[in-house]
Ligand binder design. Structure first.
Ligand code: TXA
Ligand code: MG
Length: 341
């Protein structure tokens, strides 16, 4: 594995590697992706192998311009209404953290979609991702660059430590701004349905196309692994608490507490009489956003979980975020990261 910078020369090296069927991890605005040429079945097979991912899990195809959509998706196979929504959303919310599930073109190998008649398409809002896709084949299939079931990477170092020699190149573009994966919206069947909440809030999508359904795991079987109840998990057990409930928890040193905002941390410290206690008596304390801003909290989520996972704590006790906006994606990831008794 070789680390690359975001210079034009290095991006050409990375793009050539993709064209040659190799694997390149690269930054997007959400998380790092493990990229391969979307039209090359052998390269796609290497993605599954590198991730140790069950092959029934379809990949997201990344494009770098609106014109790239029709090369991979066939909107004419949709109802006029659904096709109109797809066009409208692509114009209004792309580039951005929105993935649309659409009828696939036959040029996209079955391996990319796990044999489904639909393909997941996304136009990422990141100059490095965009340039890499442009310089290679115009369509780069990329799951998040983590081993199956583990936390998604938000820094190049996360990819290096998790995938190491299983990837050929890593383009180091620093930390990802959004910090949680894209919202996956299914436009291929009946009503638009969010299969995975993510970096594009449901409210933003509804402002463009009206009401969308949110997949409810209690009534339907999962269509995608992002919907499995346990996914995106750290190795250390994570226990999830209602918002505000960490204030009364008894936590020892050697444990970690993950607060949504500074006010909940302060109420914990007051209740526990720890305001003035030294470091040794305290659990490890982290706050996702001092002022409770869900955008900042989402950006810090995986980063903080990676850090705590590597720190040797015995348990992570985390409180839920306020719902609404990116709170839905944060709570979804915290739920999936948590141990269910
Ligand atoms: O932000 C993101 O979406 C990141 C960056 C790298 O773009 N990618 C990402 O990919 O999270 P991945 O593979 O980890 O998650 C893709 C999700 C999975 O839950 C997959 O099952 C679902 O999208 N998916 C892909 N194609 C699908 C399809 N045709 N129908 C239903 N779900 C699909
Ligand atoms: Mg993933």
């Amino acid at each position: 594995m070789r680390m690359l910078t975001v210079s034009e020369t290095d991006l050409k090296v990375a793009a050539d590697a993709i064209v040659a069927g190799k694997l390149v991890a690269f930054p997007t605005e959400t998380v790092y992706g493990l990229g391969a040429d979307a039209f090359n079945p052998a390269a796609l097979a290497r993605v599954f192998e590198a991730k140790r991912r069950p092959t029934f899990d379809p990949l997201i195809v990344h494009i770098a311009e609106l014109g790239g959509l029709d090369a991979v998706a066939d909107l004419s196979a949709l109802s006029d209404k659904a096709a109109g929504m797809a066009r409208h959303l692509s114009e209004r919310l792309w580039p951005g953290p929105l993935t649309m599930i659409l009828p696939k073109r036959s040029a996209v190998p079955d391996l990319a979609t796990s044999g489904l008649a639909t393909v997941a398409v996304r136009f990422p809002d990141h100059p490095v991702a965009r340039r890499l896709i442009e310089l290679s084949t115009g369509a780069v299939a990329a799951p998040s660059a983590n081993p199956f079931g583990y936390l998604s990477p938000t820094r190049a170092e996360h990819v290096a430590s998790q995938l190491g020699e299983r990837v050929d190149f890593i383009v180091d573009g620093g930390r990802c701004d959004v910090g949680v994966e894209s919202t996956v919206l299914d436009l291929s069947s009946g009503k638009p349905t969010i299969l995975r909440p993510g970096g594009m809030p449901a409210e933003r999508i509804e402002a463009e196309i009206g009401e969308v359904q949110v997949f409810d795991r209690s009534v339907a079987s999962p269509k995608s692994p992002g919907q499995l109840p346990s996914h995106y998990a750290p190795r250390v057990p994570l226990k999830l608490y209602p918002r505000g409930a960490l204030g009364d928890v008894e936590a020892r040193s050697g444990e970690a507490l993950l607060f949504f905002d500074g006010a909940s941390r302060d109420s914990f410290l007051r209740n526990a009489g720890l305001e003035t206690a030294g470091g040794d008596a305290r659990p490890s304390i982290r706050v996702l956003s001092e002022h409770g801003d869900p955008i900042e909290a989402a950006a810090n989520l995986f980063d903080t979980l990676h850090e705590l996972d590597a720190s040797g704590v015995s348990v992570i006790r985390a409180e839920r975020a306020d719902s609404g906006g990116l709170g839905a994606a944060i709570n979804d990831r915290l739920y999936k990261a948590s141990r269910k008794e």
